[in-house]
Design a protein around this ligand. Structure first.
Ligand code: SF4
Length: 471
């Protein structure tokens, strides 16, 4: 009987993309996806240690799986991702029923490691860093089983060379390693041939894309004067025939130059949306966080981008209650947030991530009641600008890509605008996901827009490969 797998993913798009890749490898090995964890022969937990209580959630899940394995001894359990990279042997020390532990640099070894565990017993394999010369160590979109038929993630860079005091990423994803531009453009061309019309370029700090490539080439004795720049990559990817939308995440305010904004304005396919993490509006807190910019620099980058790119939507991340944040620091954050006039923001209450510098600043932790109050005040400021930005779109006709029927009402369809906003609208008959349509915006809330369908302008292009069966 065909073996079935089930993957539970925690965390960011990078992890979701790794999950696609693991799923693809398991399918190439002859497995099919189980509809529930209970039906699976192999369960993979692709972990994240950035979110709060990540380890509690993991060990809670592993407790449930221990019972499942007692009832079904052949069940294989694998733990992958950032928490596996960080905790290594500790995972099997705390949960001896886990068969395989692998990290962020050897996702491509998932099938071999499961096979090893089947024949030779449990295995923990964590690599310290991605090997630059091992093409397989890089996440490529091509062999992946994608969640979407019209959109794909393309990892342009793994790891991070920064050391933000609150962040565990450099410890678990290693130093920055960029993929060569020709390889990335080739991959996007292949995706376009398959009918993908939207790509999202992924990296921890996309603005430093290519820096390591130039350094590596120089170390190898090559005469490299010009490093590949992210703006060039945006232009090249945005000009690939068939690609109608290019998004990216995340830029870093300390490295973001006007060249990127100019490329965004110049290339029609690059969407008018910038996610520019602020984290704090206080120069003192930004310095404690080691962010490498101050509020003035941040606002300058943002204003330049808005002046360069017509109709730009801007979103951000802000941490409230970083250790040592005073009332005065927080006032600065409110001021910057008000001036930035965000479309929306992911606001987080600081919580310590074990292994980070900020986690050791225990004496400086803020009073939770004070932080709660600050969080609420920030929410009011963000909502004020968000509502105004959305209200300003009423009456406009916008291009959307259809995501599918609304979960609450099947007669309502959801699409996404170029500014990354969800629009709900009624349809006379279902429209296939991946289609493009024009929708007139009729109403707005903080989270989404409502509209009326004008017309469907393009059907999805996805060309599924027809399996070749030998006689
Ligand atoms: S730039 Fe800072 S927050 Fe972003 S991944 Fe690197 S260390 Fe983490």
């Amino acid at each position: 009987m065909t073996q079935q797998y089930f993957i539970r993913t925690y965390g960011c798009q990078m992890n979701e993309h790794d999950t696609e890749r693991i799923a693809s490898l398991l399918q190439d090995d002859g497995m099919t996806e189980a509809t529930s964890m209970e039906d699976a022969d192999v369960v993979v937990l692709n972990t994240c240690c950035i979110r709060e209580n990540a380890d509690n959630k993991l060990y809670g899940q592993l407790g449930h799986l221990k019972q499942m394995k007692a009832d079904k001894p052949d069940l294989q359990i694998a733990v992958a991702g950032c928490l596996a990279q960080k905790d290594r042997d500790e995972i099997r020390d705390r949960a001896g029923h886990v068969d395989v532990v692998f990290g962020t640099h050897n996702v491509h070894r998932a099938v071999e490691l499961l096979e090893h565990a089947r024949t030779q017993g449990p295995i923990v394999e964590i690599l310290e860093a991605a090997a630059r010369d091992d093409a397989e160590a890089f996440p490529t979109a091509l062999p992946a089983r994608r969640e979407s038929d019209h959109a794909a993630w393309v990892t342009i860079q793994i790891g991070c060379d920064n050391n933000c005091a609150f962040c565990i990423v450099p410890a678990v994803r290693g130093p920055e390693v960029s993929r060569p531009m020709s390889e990335l453009v080739g991959e996007v061309e292949e995706l376009a041939r398959e009918g993908i019309t939207e790509v999202t370029l992924l990296g921890q700090n996309v603005n430093s894309y290519g820096r390591d490539l130039a350094l590596a080439a120089r170390r190898a004795g090559e005469d490299v004067r010009i490093r590949p720049m992210f703006a060039d990559l945006l232009r090249s990817v945005g000009n690939v025939r068939g690609i109608r939308r290019v998004r990216y995440t995340s830029p870093h305010p300390k490295d973001m130059g006007i060249d990127v904004a100019e490329a965004m304005a110049e290339i029609p396919a690059v969407c008018e949306h910038l996610h520019l993490p602020l984290q704090s509006g206080s120069d003192r807190v930004l310095a404690l966080m080691h962010r490498g910019y101050n509020a003035e620099r941040y606002l300058r980058v943002l204003h330049e981008a808005r002046a360069t790119i017509p109709d730009l939507a801007v979103t951000t991340d802000i941490i409230v209650g970083f250790p040592g944040e005073t009332d005065d620091d927080f006032e600065r954050t409110l001021e910057v947030a008000a001036e930035a006039e965000y479309d929306s923001a992911y606001t987080f209450v600081f919580s310590p991530r074990p292994g980070t510098e900020a986690a050791d600043m225990v004496d400086e932790f803020c009073d939770p009641e004070v932080v709660k109050d600050r969080y609420e005040r920030l929410r009011v400021v963000i909502e004020r600008s968000g509502r105004a930005k959305h209200a300003a779109r009423i009456g406009r006709t916008e291009e959307v890509v259809i995501e599918g029927p609304s979960k609450r009402d099947p007669n309502v369809t959801t699409g996404r605008t170029r500014q990354n906003k969800l629009v709900h609208f009624a349809v006379p008959e279902p429209i296939k996901p991946g289609s493009y349509a024009e929708v007139t915006i009729t109403d707005a809330s903080m989270q989404y827009l409502m509209g009326e369908l004008v017309e469907v302008t393009a059907a999805p292009l996805r060309r599924r490969r027809i399996p070749v069966v030998s006689a």
